[in-house]
Design a protein around this ligand. Structure first.
Ligand code: GLN
Length: 255
């Protein structure tokens, strides 16, 4: 019998620093809880990338990030699968390397995988570290409850004409290019600076990615009991990250 959904965690040996591999686990488990057969594939960098329906890339240090990008370009599976409709969730270093260019440890620009119309350069100010709260923009193709996560990056990302921002930052830095945006979306490739893992803190984002992969509307995915504890985590993190009156009001508007 063929598995309906294959979720690959890409290069956990290079892009595993921030626990973003949890995103793959969450996607596979949310599918299984709904009776959808799902396979979780760990895809180490020393073997060919497997065929999958969703690819999750995580954060990592500057050096391993360069190796990951080089392998993904040489392997070519990821670009081919994206052309065939596969979904990509790329976080931080993963986000940067699926773009057109990103900086190495010395700040010199390297070629990215080219799946997102973004360019990342080394920032000149302090590293962006801390909690992030962001809201998806009304009228954009992605509409989600407030996004929560944490960031830790030195790169600043600029979006090109064919990439749409994922969200607008309420707290934190996000893309850090002066636009106040966070993340980028191009077709079924979604990049973000949010760790957490981001899908543990934002189950609606997990379901959006599942819906894309299953060619379904997110509203057709049954609610999950486990989301009560996810809601408690969200409440706690959003309250900690938006202590001021103005931000508290914004938070309530999204409830
Ligand atoms: N090395 C990249 C940067 O500092 C990505 C960091 C990360 O993945 N958290 O910008």
């Amino acid at each position: 019998m063929t598995v309906r959904l294959r979720v690959a965690v890409v290069y956990p040996d290079l892009l595993g620093t921030y626990g973003d591999g949890g995103n793959g686990l969450i996607l596979a488990q949310r599918a299984r809880w709904r009776g959808i057969e799902a396979e979780l594939l760990a895809a180490p960098s020393d073997v060919a990338l497997p065929e999958a329906d969703i690819y999750c890339l995580g954060g990592g240090e500057d050096g391993p990030q360069v190796r990951a990008a080089r392998s993904l370009i040489d392997d070519a599976t990821l670009a081919r699968r994206v052309s065939a409709g596969a979904v990509v969730l790329a976080v931080c270093a993963g986000y940067q390397i699926v773009g057109r260019s990103y900086p190495g440890a010395d700040g010199v620009a390297h070629e990215g995988v080219g799946l997102l119309d973004i360019d990342t350069a080394k920032g000149t100010g302090a590293r962006a570290v801390g909690e992030v709260v962001a809201e998806t923009v009304a009228g954009s193709s992605v509409s989600l409850p407030l996004l929560t996560g944490f960031e830790n990056h030195g790169g600043c990302t600029t979006l090109g004409a064919s990439a749409a921002p994922l969200a607008q930052v309420i707290r934190g830095v996000g893309n850090g290019d002066g636009s106040g945006t966070e993340g980028a979306v191009c077709g079924r490739v979604l990049g973000t600076y949010l760790h957490g893992p981001v899908l543990a803190r934002n189950p609606a984002l997990a379901d959006l990615l599942l819906a894309w992969a299953l060619n379904a509307e997110p509203s057709t995915l049954a609610p999950l009991e486990a989301d009560d504890s996810a809601a408690a985590l969200r409440d706690e993190r959003l309250a900690a990250a938006t202590p001021h009156r103005r931000l508290r009001r914004r938070r309530r508007q999204h409830q």
